[in-house]
Structure formats: structure tokens, C-alpha cells
Write a protein of this length. Structure first.
Lengths: 116, 114
């Protein structure tokens, strides 16, 4: 199993350009998440999905859109990139929790995005 | 809302020293608590977890005990190695959680010198 993979690993955009980050998981997980990681701020949730065809907003959704057309893929789009979106983006996936247990999240290696 | 506070770094230790990284949380109900580790250039990996009060999570020599009375989940290791150098994140998942969303602390950089 490859686990969680992210494409691309690095990208430089100019302000106003658009791009899509791809996340893929081969663990048959229902839930998928997009986070951004910024110095001194930890990881913050952008959007998440609890199943194919569903998406929901997280803590910092503005300027991003997502789609989950297939269970194994979760796409993060930037329609008009801004310098404030310079960050490292991580995708994660997990099982749904049952009862009192909480299942761990499995993270991809990250995409480093710079917007100039 | 729910939040996690962890000690700021960097923490610099000599090899074989004792490590403590403090983590406290604010949450309604009974959250599950986690420590994740991020090695340079990599994604996050789960290090250990605890799902109820007084549970002790342990892995690779690291331990943390879920203390509800002090709302804490401090990470400890008796003897650190150079290979433990990484960023450590404390996180919680709310008990309301149909969605298993995680709330992260800001991370603590640990640097272990030989």
C-alpha cells in the first residue's frame, strides 16, 4: 500500500494563477482532510469530506474549493492564488469513528506551495 | 471552542537526556488525545494516543498520560536519541465527533545533540 500520496510535491505560482492539488489514498478510508501548515500556527483544517460526493468547510476555507468525486481522491483547488496561501499543504485520511474510539489520521508527505 | 496549547520550542537536549513536552487542552466532553511527530521533510505520523481519562499511550519509548483533572497530556521520554529530533504536535479529536476532526497545537521542535 502506498498510503496517502500527494501531487505535486512543490509548486510556485504567481498571484492570480489557479492550480489543483491532488490527494489519493489506497486504504479505502471514508474520511479525507486538507490542512495547511504555517510557522507558529500548527496545522489548520481547510476542508474535509466524510464520504464520496460530500465536502464540508473547516477552520480556514476561504480561497479554496474541494471535490471528492471518487472515494480514493480528494482535490484541493485554488482559483486565484494569493501570497497568503503560501504554505505547506497536507492531506490526511481516516476511518469513521465508532463508539468511543477515535481512529487515527494518516498523512501524506505534503505539498510546498509558494505564491509570488 | 476546543483548543490545544503546547510549550514553545525549540527544545534542545543532549543525547540520553530526559524529555518532557507539555500539552494542555480545552474541550467539551471527553476528547481523544494524540501526539504526532513530523520528521524533517515528511508528513505527520501518529506517535501515540489515549482515548479516555487515565489512559497511558506509549510508543518507541515515548509516553503520555491522559489527565482529565489537569486537562493535560504531556509527552515524556526517559532517554532521547539524535534520531528523535523532529517537530512534535499535540492534538485532540472532539468527543462529538462524527467527523474525527483534529485540533492541533502549534508544534514543538526538538533538537537532540550528540
Amino acid at each position: 500500500n502506498a498510503g496517502v500520496t500527494q501531487t505535486p510535491k512543490f509548486r510556485v505560482l504567481k498571484t492570480g494563477q489557479s492550480m489543483t492539488l491532488l490527494c489519493a489514498q489506497d486504504m479505502n478510508h471514508e474520511y479525507m482532510y486538507w490542512y495547511r501548515q504555517d510557522p507558529g500556527m500548527g496545522l489548520r483544517l481547510i476542508h474535509y469530506s466524510v464520504g464520496e460526493g460530500t465536502t464540508a468547510k473547516g477552520e480556514v476555507p476561504d480561497g479554496y474549493n474541494v471535490s471528492r468525486l471518487k472515494k480514493q481522491n480528494f482535490l484541493l483547488g485554488l482559483e486565484s492564488a494569493a501570497p497568503s496561501q503560501t504554505s505547506v499543504y497536507f492531506c490526511a485520511s481516516s476511518y469513521p469513528p465508532r463508539g468511543s474510539n477515535t481512529y487515527e489520521q494518516y498523512f501524506g508527505p505534503g505539498t510546498r506551495l509558494t505564491v509570488t | 471552542g476546543d483548543s490545544v496549547t503546547q510549550m514553545e520550542g525549540p527544545v534542545t537536549l543532549s543525547e540520553e537526556a530526559f524529555l518532557t513536552i507539555n500539552c494542555t487542552y480545552t474541550a467539551t466532553g471527553y476528547p481523544s488525545l494524540f501526539w504526532y511527530v513530523q520528521y524533517p521533510g515528511e508528513g505527520l505520523q501518529l506517535l501515540l494516543k489515549a482515548t479516555k481519562a487515565d489512559d497511558k499511550g506509549s510508543n518507541k519509548g515515548f509516553e503520555a498520560t491522559y489527565r482529565k483533572e489537569t486537562t493535560s497530556f504531556h509527552l515524556e521520554k526517559g532517554s532521547v536519541q539524535v534520531s528523535d529530533s523532529a517537530v512534535y504536535f499535540c492534538a485532540l479529536a472532539g468527543s462529538g465527533g462524527a467527523t474525527n476532526k483534529l485540533i492541533f497545537g502549534t508544534g514543538t521542535l526538538l533538537a537532540v545533540q550528540p
